[in-house]
Design a protein. Structure first.
Length: 196
């Protein structure tokens, strides 16, 4: 299970978080990814069939994470309770998330940015907050697509998956775009999310 911790750009899980793995026979990152993707596919089905509701709430954000990872991790849908190499201090997660959700509502109501830029800023901040022990990037991408479709009435982002041949290349470009956004430059991330 040590190779779970070795993916470039992935946040290491602490021993208590690793204890939260529900499927004891998983031994490789590849197996973990397969089980998580199966769970995410079920979450996508749930999203399609759910009754539409306000998605800009802490409750919805937690429920979506639980739907995405709840069959694999016991802590799915629960904010992290440990420090990481990225993200805000875990004790500030709810406060910072509340501020982000208020910001997004303000940006939408006042047309502060284009729909794509609102979604990109929302996505970047979710990743930056690092709400959960694991799955933050996947959760933030899906939350962003739900925001685009349900609230902003736009098409989902492409996330550059069709223009790059290797998953590692996509990941590297994505992480580079996020680091630029950390400097308040969203140009690369805006290009990344809509590339065909």
């Amino acid at each position: 299970m040590d190779d779970f911790q070795n993916l470039s750009g992935a946040t290491p899980l602490d021993p208590d978080e690793m204890e939260g793995l529900k499927i004891g026979h998983i031994t490789t990152r590849e197996e973990l990814n397969r089980f998580e993707q199966d769970n995410i596919n079920e979450a996508l089905q749930w999203l399609e069939n759910r009754r539409k509701q306000d998605i800009l709430t802490e409750k919805f954000i937690k429920v979506l994470h639980q739907k995405m990872f709840g069959k694999v991790w016991r802590w799915a849908g629960l904010f992290r309770r440990s420090g990481k190499n990225i993200g805000v201090d875990w004790s500030q997660i709810s406060i910072q998330l509340h501020a982000l959700l208020q910001d997004v509502r303000y940006w939408i109501d006042n047309k502060t940015y284009s729909e794509d830029e609102i979604a990109v800023r929302f996505h970047h901040k979710l990743v930056w907050l690092h709400l959960f022990p694991n799955g933050n990037g996947r959760h933030a991408r899906l939350m962003t697509d739900v925001l685009l479709k349900d609230v902003l009435k736009q098409k989902s982002f492409t996330w550059s998956v069709s223009i790059i041949t290797s998953k590692n290349q996509v990941r590297d470009l994505y992480l580079k775009a996020l680091r630029q956004a950390d400097k308040n430059d969203y140009t690369m991330l805006l290009d990344f999310v809509r590339s065909d």
